[in-house]
Design a protein around this ligand. Structure first.
Ligand SMILES: NC(=O)c1ccc[n+]([C@@H]2O[C@H](COP(=O)([O-])OP(=O)(O)OC[C@H]3O[C@@H](n4cnc5c(N)ncnc54)[C@H](O)[C@@H]3O)[C@@H](O)[C@H]2O)c1
Length: 468
């Protein structure tokens, strides 16, 4: 699809940009997700050579749904042709536009179905400037060599800050006092209202959000314990507790920060509420399925819990409006009737800062993919990266061969590139699709074109790109 051409110097320095976004401080050593892999620590060399698949002005980018300015700026600064639209497009218009572009940036409203992607003959990469990727047919994209990136961790700090606020609001029954004042009632009470200093916060899931919360909570005078399936380095004076029962019996506040998995479904239910301290508090800003809501309602009514905060629900409406009712979730009315229960509409990560960080993270992933072929953080392709080529390696080229994961492919590819010196090579597979990246030396433009043609003619080929 893309042919090899001369490159010109890039207008800015990707490595410099990379410094103004960083993931959670502990991301590199303990998250079980791919973001914690050694690959994420691949740091561009200072004299890294700037690779391009073809002249930058030929890269066409379509950004829909008012993608944040930070992301738009990074892509424009690359010299790409960036078209920006504030809204999503009806499917027919989307199909017209997508035929032409190499890169598309969307948020949650644009549906990139197989029908739409079938028309996207030039598309090499999709950026979801949001957390979820349900709106994209990931398998179709992978099968056609289209990488998909998102931004799962840019809002970790926003969630952690919301939880800190909720801890104080619950301890002081502030939600109820505010509701009463809105109804014209003056109700000055101190009974059952507490400082948080010296209390114990129990964090379930010590990942990106849990670890941020741990640091913030200690600075507010809370003691922190955490429970996680992985053995983790505790931050500050936090302490990992191995047994869930011991953990629950020690915490004054329990806050859930686990992913949605079969093992985490209903992980806080009647038995766990029983094990919690009388008068303790529960916070769930993770996923709606993690807490058994009818059991929570019972624990609140019996006085076992002194309060709770929910930001997420098993069923959430698709848009804003009058939808938080018993039709959506059968226990909706029971929940709304409870005292000292904070209900928020999945806003844990909804801040201006998170949007801006998402813009940077996704735009950088797109740029790295287009310019260097790196798939770190891709949600539908294997994660492959090689250290950068340097300015001291003028006659080198980077071969990227996305192919079907079937026996015998590597032998055929190596027959093609094997006449050159292969300085470094990496290949990995994910399901039916494999991604090979190799840096080869002593190649001239004619040889690069021959390599490209030979690789494109292999029956296993999904997509070939050569960068130099
Ligand atoms: N409310 C919001 O707006 C909002 C925003 C962002 C993320 N989230 C949700 O917050 C949750 C945490 O996100 P994160 O970025 O910190 O995730 P993460 O992947 O960085 O961390 C999750 C942690 O949970 C641990 N874990 C997994 N299974 C477990 C189990 N059964 N028991 C105990 N620990 C377990 C993992 O080992 C990991 O340390 C996710 O569910 C995410 O969807 C919500």
């Amino acid at each position: 699809m893309t042919s090899a051409q001369d490159i010109r110097p890039r207008k800015d320095d990707l490595a410099a940009q990379a410094q103004y976004f960083s993931t959670s401080p502990n991301a590199s050593f303990h998250s079980p997700s791919s973001h914690g892999s050694a690959l994420t620590r691949t740091i561009p060399l200072p004299n890294a050579k700037h690779l391009k698949p073809f002249a930058t002005e030929d890269i066409k980018v379509l950004l829909l749904e008012n993608v944040n300015q930070t992301g738009r700026d990074i892509l424009s600064q690359q010299g790409y042709q960036v078209e920006f639209l504030k809204s999503s497009l009806p499917e027919d218009q989307l199909i017209e536009k997508i035929r032409d572009v190499h890169v598309i940036g969307i948020r949650s409203k644009t549906k990139l179905s197989a029908r739409v992607l079938k028309e996207a003959k030039n598309l090499i990469v999709i950026g979801c400037f949001c957390i979820g990727t349900n709106q994209v047919d990931l398998q179709y994209a992978a099968d056609h060599g289209i990488a998909v990136f998102n931004s799962p961790f840019s809002n970790s700090r926003s969630v952690a800050e919301l939880v800190i606020a909720e801890i104080i609001v619950l301890a002081r029954q502030l939600g109820d006092r505010s509701n009463e004042m809105h109804a014209g009632t003056w109700n000055k009470v101190s009974n059952g209202c507490w400082e948080i200093r010296g209390k114990t916060l129990g964090i379930i899931g010590y990942g990106h959000i849990g670890a941020q919360l741990s640091v913030l909570a200690e600075s507010m005078g809370l003691s922190v314990i955490f429970y996680d399936v992985v053995n983790l380095m505790a931050l500050g004076s936090a302490r990992q507790v191995d047994s869930m029962e011991a953990f629950l019996s020690e915490a004054d506040f329990v806050s859930c920060h686990v992913p949605e998995l079969p093992e985490t479904k209903g992980m806080i239910g009647a038995k766990q509420f029983e094990q919690m301290k009388k008068g303790s508090y529960l916070i769930n800003a993770s996923r709606g399925t993690v807490v058994d809501i009818p059991a929570l309602i019972d624990a609140m009514r019996s006085g076992k819990l002194a309060g709770a905060a929910l930001d997420v629900y098993p069923n959430e409406p698709a848009g804003n409006g009058d939808y938080f009712n018993s039709e959506l979730n059968s226990w909706g009315a029971d929940l709304r009737s409870l005292k000292n229960l904070i209900l928020s509409p999945h806003i844990g990560g909804s801040t201006e800062e998170a949007q801006s960080a998402i813009g940077v993270e996704v735009a950088q992933a797109l740029t790295r993919y287009v310019n260097e072929g790196t798939t770190l953080g891709a949600v539908n392709l294997p994660e492959v990266a090689l250290r950068s080529l340097t300015m001291d390696e003028p006659d080198h080229a980077r071969v990227i061969y996305i192919h079907q994961n079937i026996p015998g492919v590597l032998r055929k590819v190596n027959e093609i590139i094997g006449d050159h010196n292969v300085d470094k090579q990496m290949t990995d597979s994910r399901g039916d699709v494999a991604y090979l990246m190799a840096d080869i030396s002593n190649v001239n433009t004619t040889q690069i074109k021959d390599l490209y043609t030979s690789l494109e003619s292999l029956p296993s080929r999904i997509q070939t790109r050569i960068l130099y």
